[in-house]
Design a protein around this ligand. Structure first.
Ligand code: AGP
Length: 616
């Protein structure tokens, strides 16, 4: 994780670079720092805490200062507690070199020892500091950052995107290995960052660095790209990004999370666009995805979903969709678990669906790459265009747009849509006249209208949040398609409200969690109208019999069955059972949002988290 920014070109206001860094804060925010050339001196300013604190400290001393060479960093700590010293940039003993790093240098201990024996003086507890000292060491032999970085990458192991500057040489080098780096280019000026939105304020012309790329700019502002894996200089295309900078603004909402929840009708529409046809009741997949499925459909007998966190919950939902909509056997695994189990299976029989909003999650990417190496059939579902998952795999991307709130909301909904489309397509290949499919395609095409209407009035959810915000424990229960929704709802509450929430399939409650039930642990019970409504009613009564408090999420068909047995209820519109997860989940997103906001918590940047987890 961590966000890195670098700049080299004509003089620029250093505060502008800090503003750009702010857009990377979702990647980590426990400390922040900046280093820049100021009249030949290397100035370093860094502190524990967020970028706003850096900006205040910076403006207190250097307001309006410009520089031709700058690097900046926002940190999510891996090695060394968040404090001023462990904050990046890290400098060398001569105080002429500064480095910012995203990733982990796995062999930093042995390198550090070696360098200490050579007389280097380390001041931080981080793995990253070895980079500045290694560069210093190799600069004794080579007098440019390019050759130095070729030596550095031979020494270090792990994942790294780092940007280093030398004040004396007036050079900058950016190196990408397993962590993303993008270069923005305008009028012979270069801005380097961990993602595209943080570059947009400067330019829409970008180069996406590939694994192993070293991007070097000399004193005259001439650049070259060299790939250290294939050991040769290469040219990367300059691409044009059509996104607007407003995607990274709150547009009047108090938090990005609320803005992103409200964007969900559009996200659904966009993800369906040109992929669903309500006249012919057909699904049209992107060419490469369709070709892969068409080619393999008679060979495969199962679908395995792999992902982490919220994306894993989408995969778990996919498992239920595949069971119910196709004749394939489904499974879903946490990517971090699947990575290290012995895959003693016939890979030709499996279609892997790998889901990742960021497309950069290390746990997910590493297992996908390993499966690709073994020749597996893989479809990626990334949201971020240009991410590693997007570029390295056949991808069926969601179209949620950039998600800034650390808690995933609209991207989860988009993932559900994408997974449904894949399952509907697979199902239609074998069973063209299936009425369930036809109904579902029709309903899916209109679900954004229902969501839009539902989002117009969320006062009841706000009232429930006010009433229950001070409870310290919650149980979330749901059956079948509602079980992944319960897991996701509990995750949202944990992530942004710091409230303990456990989720179980409703039928499992009596096998243990029932012991937790008392008047201090409310249950959020998901009870839409479907075949299981009376089973759900029995479970609700079991909770009531033990003096449990129940908040039920119901729809306008199940409300009358449930309402007399629960303490509070929220009524949602009744929709096709396969689409119920979308609405129920949005209600839980809102509940978690309001609880966190009422508690005065940092909704968009909850403690300890980062949006893109690029370490294992
Ligand atoms: C979601 O709210 C979380 N921040 C987290 O669980 C996230 O879903 C997980 O880290 C996976 O991220 P990805 O989708 O980018 O791979």
């Amino acid at each position: 994780m961590c966000g890195v920014v670098g700049y080299k070109g004509k003089n620029i206001k250093v505060a502008d670079i800090i503003e750009s860094l702010k857009l990377l804060e979702y990647r980590g925010y426990d400390s922040a720092g900046i280093a820049f050339n100021y009249n030949g001196d290397l100035v370093v300013q860094k502190n524990e805490g967020k970028i706003d604190k850096l900006l205040i400290n910076f403006n207190g001393k250097y307001e309006d200062i410009s520089s031709n060479i700058v690097i900046a960093h926002t940190r999510w700590a891996t090695h060394g507690v968040p404090n001023d010293i462990n904050a990046h940039p890290h400098i060398d003993c001569t105080k002429k070199i500064a480095v910012v790093h995203n990733g982990i240098i796995e062999n930093y201990k042995e390198i550090k020892e070696e360098l200490i024996n050579k007389g280097h003086n380390f001041i931080s507890d981080t793995d990253s500091e070895v980079l500045s000292h290694l560069i210093e060491e190799f600069l004794n032999k080579y007098n440019n950052l390019f050759e130095v970085s070729l030596e550095v990458v031979k020494k270090i192991k792990g994942a790294f995107a780092f940007v280093a500057i030398s004040n004396d040489l007036e050079e900058l080098v950016a190196v990408r290995y397993e962590s993303p780096l993008i270069i923005g280019i305008y009028d012979n000026n270069y801005i380097i960052a961990s993602d595209i939105p943080s570059i947009l304020r400067f330019t829409k012309k970008i180069i996406v660095l590939e694994n192993g790329d070293i991007f070097f700019i000399n004193k005259k502002n001439e650049y070259k790209i060299y790939n250290f894996i294939i050991d040769k200089e290469i040219k990367r295309p300059i691409e044009f990004v059509s996104w607007d900078i407003s995607i990274a603004e709150k547009s009047g909402y108090k938090h990005f999370m609320l803005k992103e929840i409200m964007e969900q009708p559009k996200v659904i529409k966009d993800t369906l666009l040109e992929r669903i046809n309500i006249d012919s009741n057909t699904i049209t997949l992107d060419d490469k995805v369709k070709n892969l499925i068409d080619l393999k459909i008679n060979d495969i007998n199962s679908i395995v979903y792999l992902a982490c966190g919220t994306s894993y919950h989408a995969g778990l939902l996919g498992r239920y969709y595949t069971w119910e909509l196709t004749d394939l056997n489904p499974d879903a695994f946490y990517a971090s678990e699947y990575r290290y189990i012995n895959k003693n299976v016939n890979l030709d029989k499996i279609l892997y669906i790998v889901i990742s909003q960021s497309g950069e999650t290390a746990d997910t990417l590493f297992v996908a790459r390993e499966l690709k190496r073994l020749g597996a059939n893989i479809i990626g579902i990334p949201n971020v265009i240009g991410s590693s998952l997007y570029r390295e795999f056949i991808s069926f991307n969601t179209r949620a747009g950039i998600e800034i709130g650390v808690a995933a909301t609209k991207t989860f909904t988009a993932q559900i849509i994408a997974i449904l489309l894949l399952n509907l397509y697979i199902s239609s290949l074998k069973n063209k006249d299936n009425l369930i499919l036809k109904d579902l395609i029709q309903d899916l095409a209109h679900i954004h209208i229902v969501v839009d209407k539902f989002l117009e009035d969320y006062i009841k959810i706000q009232e429930i949040a006010i009433k229950y915000k001070d409870y310290e424990h919650f149980l979330y229960l749901g059956r079948n398609l509602m079980y992944p929704v319960a897991l996701e709802g509990a995750l949202k509450l944990k992530e942004i409200s710091y409230i303990h929430a456990e989720a179980y399939p409703s039928g499992e409650m009596k096998h243990g969690p029932i012991a937790l039930i008392d008047s201090k642990m409310p249950t959020m019970y998901l009870a839409p109208y479907n075949d299981l409504i009376y089973k759900n009613l029995s479970n609700i009564q079991e909770i009531k019999a033990r003096k449990g408090i129940i908040i039920a999420l119901v729809d306008n068909k199940s409300v009358d069955i449930v309402k007399d047995y629960v303490d509070d209820f929220i009524v949602l519109p009744y929709v096709n059972k396969f689409l119920q997860p979308i609405l129920f989940n949005i209600a839980l997103q809102l509940f978690a949002y309001f609880v966190a906001d009422l508690k005065g918590l940092d909704v968009d940047q909850p403690r300890n988290l980062a949006k893109s987890v690029t370490v294992e």
